[in-house]
Each structure stands twice: as structure tokens, then as C-alpha cells.
Design a protein. Structure first.
Length: 388
């Protein structure tokens, strides 16, 4: 009798029901990937088939839809790639980017594994940002070409000895702020002298004369020479001597009013950590109370030559196997890798409507095989009765 065929059908249908049930139970699991059952017939050189077997359970790594959570520690990959986690012994890969910040500053998943970045496990230090001394001051101005030539000796306390002044805040190595003032005095046609003072102290040469930067323009009002100079200053407060490169590139001399178009410098005072964000390139950007930001690390993503070869280990994670090949690591947005979305999670890719239809089909399949067993049992009983 063909009990074996029906029993194999029951076993295969039972596996299929388990797979479908698992899909349904994880329909709300962030980053979950649905599975499907593949069947194969069994012959073994027999004239009549010996039933069926489960050839494999295959996962679908199709991306799920993205849902906004407004929690900056919720991350999702928009496109291809897996987050990389390490718990100190095992490296796992996941599409679930629901993270928490540990007391030590590590970005962790629910299993306590740490998110991996370009520099290894990502850690956001609570230490403040140290001060940085100003080394460059860039300014772009327009100097009024109609100004009269000044013949009087420069005196920073006498506004008749210069035409225009502008100030910028600069910082020493201890983070103390200082006011750097530039004075512009027209010395000849298309030529200006620039004098510099820090905290009201005029910068002078070794012989006590004022340091002078001569700036020249052509007949079209464009800067031709003297646009850069280096100034040194001793803040006399325990900080290192300041050395500032002044760059006036882009400064013009037109027949318009004096105007400061732009001014920037690269120094800042110290600051404490106020928070962090993660951009679409996976950069972990820390913010500080001094209004400065700093890239702490960059998230890495992994792809595989054969995603189907990954081994599921639970907690929305997989590990690499010889069938999947080694992880191919890269930064978000490069090559085939997707970008990072912050404040977003990736939903399960389970389609409940499809799974419920599959559930009905699997149930019918199980019932039909059970009926086949019952029918063959009845036939066998009839055969036994014939002998009585």
C-alpha cells in the first residue's frame, strides 16, 4: 500500500504549515524576512513515485517598507546591505536597526551586540571636545575705491588715520576668546595698508613699529597681491603663542560702500557632548555645546555573494557560512549598498494576505494527504475482511 507517499505528504505539509505560521507570527517583527517551503518529488528509480520531500526552506531578502518612529536610535537600510554587530565573540548581520545607547556609549541591539563601524565597534565618548586654537582667519570685503589717501601715521585710537575696521573672534589653545581687529587705511591709488590688533594690542615688529600688510588691486578693482599674511600673538595667559594666517582672497576695491561679505575662522572653545545624529551616509556625528560637530565613526554595511547561504540564528540576525561567502563590507551609499535612514525602522516583508491564502492551501494539502491515509487504511481493512 502507498502509506509512505501519504505520510511523506503529511510531513511536508506539516513543515509548510510551520513555515507559514512562523511568517505570520513575525509579521510585526522589525527586519524579519519571510520564508517559503520548496518541495521535491521522490522516485529512487521506482516506477511510481515514493512521495515528496522538503527540498529546502528559502528566505526572501526583499526589503520591507519603512516606518517612521521619530526615534533617532532607530535605523533602517534603504536598499541593499546588512548592519554588522559584534558581541565580543560572534559577528552577526541584521536588517533590524533598533538600537539603544549603553552606559559606555556603545550602540547596541536588543541582544546586547554592538554596532560596527569603519573603526571597529562604534563608541560615542561622553568626554567633551577640547579647545582648538585659531590658525586661519578668512575674510572677504569690499574697500571703497573713492576713499581718500590717508597720509597721517596710523593710530588705532584715532579713526581719522584709517578708513575702515572690522573685528572677528579668535581662540587660543585653551579656548579663551580674543578679539582680532583689522584696520584698513588707503595708502595710495589701488593700495591699502592693513594693521592688526588683538584684544586692543597692536601687533608690532621687533623694532616696535606696527606690522603692516600691503594689499594691492588692479584697475578693475580685483586683488592682485598682499592677500595673505601670518600674524603671531602671545595671549599671556598660559596658552601657546597664537599663529594666525589671514586670507583676504576675494576682497575687492569697487566704488561702493565698505562691506564685509564673509568672515570665518577655524578655532573654537571647549564643549561638552550634547547629542549625536546619524546621516544617510552612516556618519555618526556628535554635537557639542560649543556649536561644533565631529564625526565619531561611520557605520559599515555588509553584502554577500549568496544571501541564501546565511544561517539564521534568531533575534533578527544571521551569521555567515561557507555557502554565503565572507561578508563584503562597505560604507552606506557606495557601490550597491543602500543608505541609512534615521528615525525609521524596516517592517517585516511578510504579506499577511498572501500568507493566509498559503495557509488555506497548506491546510487543504494536509487534509488531502490525511484522507489518502484514511482511504488506504479502509482499503487494507477490506482486504483483511476478504480473508475471513
Amino acid at each position: 500500500m502507498g502509506f509512505s507517499q501519504s505520510l511523506s505528504g503529511l510531513a511536508a505539509a506539516s513543515t509548510d504549515l510551520s513555515v507559514i505560521s512562523n511568517n505570520i507570527s513575525n509579521s510585526e517583527t522589525v527586519g524579519f524576512k519571510s520564508s517559503s517551503t520548496q518541495f521535491a518529488d521522490v522516485y529512487a528509480d521506482a516506477e511510481v513515485g515514493l512521495g515528496t520531500s522538503v527540498a529546502g526552506v528559502v528566505q526572501s531578502f526583499e526589503s520591507g517598507s519603512l516606518t517612521t518612529t521619530d526615534n533617532t536610535l532607530d535605523l533602517a537600510v534603504s536598499g541593499d546591505g546588512f548592519f554588522v554587530f559584534n558581541d565580543g565573540t560572534t559577528t552577526t548581520y541584521s536588517r533590524n536597526g533598533q538600537l539603544t545607547l549603553s552606559a559606555d556609549g556603545y550602540l547596541q541591539n536588543a541582544s546586547g551586540a554592538n554596532l560596527v563601524g569603519v573603526n571597529g565597534v562604534i563608541q560615542i565618548s561622553s568626554a567633551g571636545m577640547p579647545a582648538s586654537a585659531t590658525t586661519e582667519l578668512d575674510a572677504t570685503l569690499n574697500l571703497d575705491s573713492s576713499s581718500d589717501v590717508i597720509t597721517a601715521d596710523f593710530d588705532q585710537t584715532d579713526s581719522t588715520t584709517y578708513d575702515y575696521s572690522t573685528s572677528a573672534t579668535v581662540y587660543d589653545s585653551l579656548g579663551n576668546s580674543h578679539t582680532m581687529t583689522l584696520y584698513f587705511a588707503k595708502s595710495d591709488e589701488n593700495t591699502w595698508d592693513v594693521y592688526t590688533a588683538v584684544d586692543g594690542n597692536l601687533l608690532t615688529n621687533d623694532d616696535g613699529t606696527a606690522q603692516t600688510q600691503s594689499v594691492a588691486f588692479d584697475s578693475s578693482g580685483l586683488l592682485t597681491s598682499g592677500g595673505t599674511a601670518t600674524y603671531t600673538y602671545d595671549p599671556d595667559n598660559g596658552a601657546a603663542d597664537m599663529s594666525i594666517d589671514l586670507d583676504l582672497t576675494g576682497t575687492t576695491q569697487f566704488g561702493n560702500d565698505f562691506e564685509l561679505s564673509s568672515s570665518s575662522q577655524d578655532g573654537y572653545t571647549s564643549g561638552s557632548l550634547t547629542g549625536f545624529t546619524i546621516d544617510d551616509s552612516g556618519n555618526v556625528v556628535a554635537s557639542y555645546s560649543n556649536d561644533e560637530t565631529q564625526i565619531v565613526d561611520q557605520i559599515v554595511l555588509a553584502t554577500f555573494n549568496n544571501e541564501q547561504g546565511l544561517k539564521a540564528v534568531g533575534d533578527n540576525s544571521w551569521v555567515a557560512t561557507s555557502e554565503s561567502g565572507v561578508a563584503l563590507l562597505g560604507t552606506p551609499g557606495t557601490g550597491q549598498l543602500g543608505t541609512i535612514a534615521s528615525g525609521v525602522t524596516e517592517d517585516s516583508n511578510v504579506d499577511l494576505t498572501t500568507e493566509l491564502v498559503n495557509l488555506i492551501i497548506a491546510q487543504r494539502n494536509f487534509q488531502a494527504n490525511a484522507q489518502a491515509v484514511s482511504t488506504q487504511s479502509d482499503v487494507l481493512q477490506e482486504a483483511v475482511n476478504l480473508g475471513n
